[in-house]
Design a protein around this ligand. Structure first.
Ligand code: GRF
Length: 317
């Protein structure tokens, strides 16, 4: 499976960046780091990334307008092929343009249990408040500082006699655990069966007079007054497959499809003999345009005459 491409932005030592880079070396890590960029060419983290064979980019931001500087970083990220951005100790406010461009694809790590203690001095603020538990959070980046949906957090107990430094050091260990896991989870979110079903549902229910109902451990999509036109199956009878089932014109087309691409198509149990074909959704990347076409074709085959007549008439105009 292709790995998601991540660009990391840092400002200093880059220990969180290093944790992300090392985790990416594990064979089953779903992301790879394609660029480490800093707003300071001397940031120690850049040397570490270079030594690991990762492309780096460092540029001092002094004298540049925020939006102009961010546009340079954005261009570097795109040149490197980044699909996601991980902020790791990036001590610079981002322009709204940059945040918009990476909306929903940019994460940040913050050393507090958000929504508590946004901004700086988080450790001292937790101590001053007498908190018994502090910690760190990873969140999706939105226009507001240290705001945006929190994806996950790790709690860290405050010890008697803790100083801001001693607490920060322990929270940093937790940060290193948290970031790569949350990022890995995030970049694979749209491949999970729940997300795949959501997507199928959205496409299927757009078709005229369609409805959804559970059916023998699958989700079925049918047409009012007509027949079923799609099923979403997940690990059906333990087969380990996530697939959408649609109607073909019959056994011949079904056999042809399977022969043409046996990794994508299969003859599903029960419905196979009736001419249905299974299209796998657990082969990345899913071609959603193709899935939508199939839903349309299958819908037509399942629709009652009164609906297809209307559509045929509409087609003639
Ligand atoms: C970390 O504490 C992180 O949570 C915060 O800045 C610090 C960066 O440390 N946003 P490092 O550069 O990753 O070592």
């Amino acid at each position: 499976m292709a790995k998601a491409k991540v660009g990391i932005l840092i400002s200093g030592r880059g220990s969180n960046m290093a944790a992300l880079v090392y985790a990416a070396k594990l064979a089953d890590c779903p992301y790879e780091v394609v660029l480490v960029a800093a707003n300071d060419p001397e940031a120690p983290g850049l040397a570490l990334a270079r030594a690991e064979g990762i492309s780096t980019f460092g540029l001092g931001h002094k004298g540049m307008k925020r939006a102009d500087f961010d546009a340079v970083i954005d261009a570097e990220l795109r040149k490197a092929g980044a699909e996601y951005v991980a902020l790791a100790g990036y001590m610079r406010l981002l322009s709204p343009e940059f945040v918009n461009k990476w909306e929903g694809r940019m994460l940040n790590i913050h050393p507090s249990l958000l929504p508590k203690y946004k901004g700086l001095d988080t450790h001292q603020r937790a101590l001053d408040a007498g908190d018994l538990v502090a910690g760190c959070s990873v969140h999706v980046v939105t226009a507001e500082l240290d705001d945006g949906p929190v994806l996950d957090r790790i709690e860290v107990a405050v010890l008697p006699g803790d100083t801001a430094e001693s607490l920060a050091a322990r929270i940093l260990m937790a940060e290193h655990q948290l970031y790569s896991r949350t990022l890995a989870h995030f970049v694979t979110a749209d491949q999970r069966p729940e997300a795949l079903l959501d997507h199928i549902r959205e496409l299927a229910l757009k078709l005229p007079e369609s409805y959804e109902k559970p059916s023998y451990g699958a989700q079925a999509f049918g047409i009012e007054g007509g027949k079923m036109f799609a099923y979403f199956r997940r690990n059906h009878h333990g087969d380990g497959i996530t697939a959408m089932l649609v109607r073909t014109s019959g056994g011949e087309e079904q056999a042809m499809l399977i022969e043409s691409d046996p990794d994508l198509y299969h003859r599903p149990t029960y419905l196979g003999p009736a001419g249905w074909v299974g299209i796998r959704l657990d082969r990345q990347p899913v071609d959603w345009g193709h899935i939508e076409q199939w839903l349309g074709k299958s819908w037509r085959r399942a629709a009652p005459k009164r609906l297809t007549k209307l559509l045929d008439a509409a087609d003639e105009f």
